[in-house]
Design a protein around this ligand. Structure first.
Ligand SMILES: [Zn+2]
Length: 75
């Protein structure tokens, strides 16, 4: 049985001798892992703008505390 390397499309014999199957070589396997890691980085970067709200959170907490009645702090 043969498969084609997903990176370079070279025919790879599917057997225990083909250590890097479905890739033809360690190089193609590493290229694939690198592309996968690149995707992970893209997702991480895209998620970053979702959490710039720390100054807002402090303002919200201060506003909340200032709205509490005085006896809230006495209990
Ligand atoms: Zn290859």
């Amino acid at each position: 049985m043969k498969v084609n390397c997903p990176i370079c499309s070279k025919a790879v014999v599917w057997s225990t001798d083909s250590e890097y199957r479905p890739f033809c070589s360690k190089k193609c396997q590493l290229i694939d892992l690198g592309e996968w890691a690149g995707e992970e980085r893209k997702i991480a970067t895209a998620a970053e703008p979702k959490t710039p709200a720390t100054p807002m959170d402090i303002e919200e907490i201060e506003a909340m505390l200032s709205q509490q009645p005085d006896d809230f702090f006495k209990h």
